[in-house]
Design a protein around this ligand. Structure first.
Ligand SMILES: Nc1ncnc2c1ncn2[C@@H]1O[C@H](COP(=O)(O)OP(=O)(O)O)[C@@H](O)[C@H]1O
Ligand SMILES: CSC[C@H]1O[C@H](OP(=O)(O)O)[C@H](O)[C@@H]1O
Length: 400
């Protein structure tokens, strides 16, 4: 990485001028940095005609903390290569990578500024009727085509090696699967939540279930995951859904991505109670979120089942009964991980604006209490669920 230098806006302009054909030589280019994520720099370079391109660059540390939290630059290569791999099997559902440069830890991406970040849109109460269908396609295809059902053992191991991502995985192992359940100084929650947090952390059944989920995250390379499917990593409009930001990609348990997404839908569901004062609009939004969740989960199971029936390459995994049992376990894992996402976004280091921007303190606290109860119920009951209809029933019991 000797060539690496953290870019200024002028560097970004020079790089784009030299390395793309998007702009004419005499175009006057402008640039601004507008990254709002936890880790990286994101520049938008535009010409006077309004054409633009995104340059995303990793810093040698986590942006949200600073130089005291060093972080591998290799995450930029992983992110670009995961976007490319996923775009091959779920075309149209990832941001297009125009170029990437591992030495400079940067990539050039299509500008999706005409779309909206899902979290922002959901916080405003917007509906996206095709979201569930698109996410189901993305989850089923990215999971199936990078799994042992499809890849030869040799090819799969080569890909596992290509996507070894220990530093970013450790962030998830710590922030998602450890700190909230055992206590850590990085955790971040209001003092009023202390009774709920200490009850949660002393629940041995919960800790056991989370230990199993963490063990699976550490040691179950089932497929090439995005690794961080939260609603800040999804661009949407009424006709399209595109994922960004898979810098946490690695080979892990299939249920992790689906579970992260389900968790984010449920965070928004709970948050709407503190956000929307119009009860009819709130109920309509919450119903839409549950429909999206159902369409995603049932669509994922159905499409993975069809892919496995038609394209399974390994005779040992060709049996439909085996495939059904495998998918049941994936669904149970997803439910467990969704519960962890609800809990870690409430009391862990990294929160979400769905909850944190609720201005009324009492309403915010009530939402936080609800996400903690729901998260625990999902983790503790995951093993009882065998179909997406049963997941809908479990949610019905705990949300009403
Ligand atoms: N391809 C893109 N087009 C338009 N905006 C983008 C694009 N990629 C990222 N962004 C903007 O940059 C922000 C941060 O990007 P993200 O990839 O989430 O960064 P980080 O890795 O730091 O979390 C996004 O919330 C979005 O506003
Ligand atoms: C210190 S990283 C915290 C948190 O941030 C990541 O998300 P993003 O890069 O999209 O902001 C990831 O969810 C990590 O757990």
């Amino acid at each position: 990485m000797s060539q690496y230098v953290a870019f200024t806006e002028q560097d970004a302009i020079r790089y784009v001028q030299k390395n793309t054909t998007l702009f004419n030589i005499d175009d006057s280019l402008t640039c601004y940095e507008f990254g709002d994520g936890n880790l990286n720099m994101v520049f938008r370079v535009s010409n006077q005609a309004g054409q633009s391109i995104i340059l995303k660059q990793a810093l040698p540390y986590a942006r949200c903390v600073g130089e005291s939290w060093p972080l591998t630059l290799d995450r930029a290569r992983i992110e670009a290569e995961a976007l490319l791999a996923h775009s091959k099997v779920s075309p149209g559902h990832t941001a297009k990578v125009i170029a990437y440069n591992p030495e400079l830890a940067l990539m050039l991406l299509e500008d999706l500024g005409h779309m909206q970040i899902l979290r922002t849109a959901q916080n405003q109460g917007q509906h996206f009727p095709l979201l569930g269908q698109h996410m189901a396609h993305y989850f089923a295809n990215t999971a199936f085509y990078h799994s042992d059902f499809y890849l030869t053992a040799q090819r799969k191991k080569a890909l596992v090696a290509q996507f070894i991502n220990p530093e970013l995985c450790q962030i998830t192992e710590d922030l998602f699967l450890t700190d909230p359940f055992v206590g850590h100084e990085r955790n971040n929650y209001p003092a009023e939540l202390e009774p709920e947090v200490s009850k949660l952390q002393s629940n041995t059944s919960l800790r056991l279930a989370v230990a199993k989920l963490k063990s699976k995250f550490l040691s179950c390379p089932q497929t090439l995951l995005h690794g961080d499917v939260h609603s800040g990593s999804i661009f949407v409009d009424q006709s399209q859904t595109k994922l960004i930001d898979p810098e946490f990609a690695f080979f892990g348990p299939i249920g992790f991505d689906l579970g992260s997404f389900i968790g984010n839908l449920l965070i928004n569901y709970c948050a709407q109670t503190g956000r929307m004062s119009d009860e009819t609009a709130r109920q309509t939004m919450q119903q839409h979120l549950l429909e999206t969740l159902n369409i995603t989960t049932s669509g994922f199971v159905q499409q993975f089942t069809e892919l496995a029936a038609q394209h399974c390459q390994d005779i040992s995994f060709a049996d439909a009964t085996y495939q059904q049992a495998f998918l049941q376990q994936v669904l149970q894992d997803a439910i467990g991980y969704s519960g962890c996402e609800l809990i870690r976004r409430t009391i862990g280091l990294a929160h979400t604006s769905d909850i944190d921007t609720i201005s009324d303190e009492k309403a915010r606290l009530a939402v936080q209490q609800r996400t903690l109860v729901l998260g625990q119920a999902l983790i503790l009951n995951a093993q009882q669920v065998t179909t997406s209809a049963q997941l809908a029933e479990l949610l019905h019991q705990h949300l009403n």
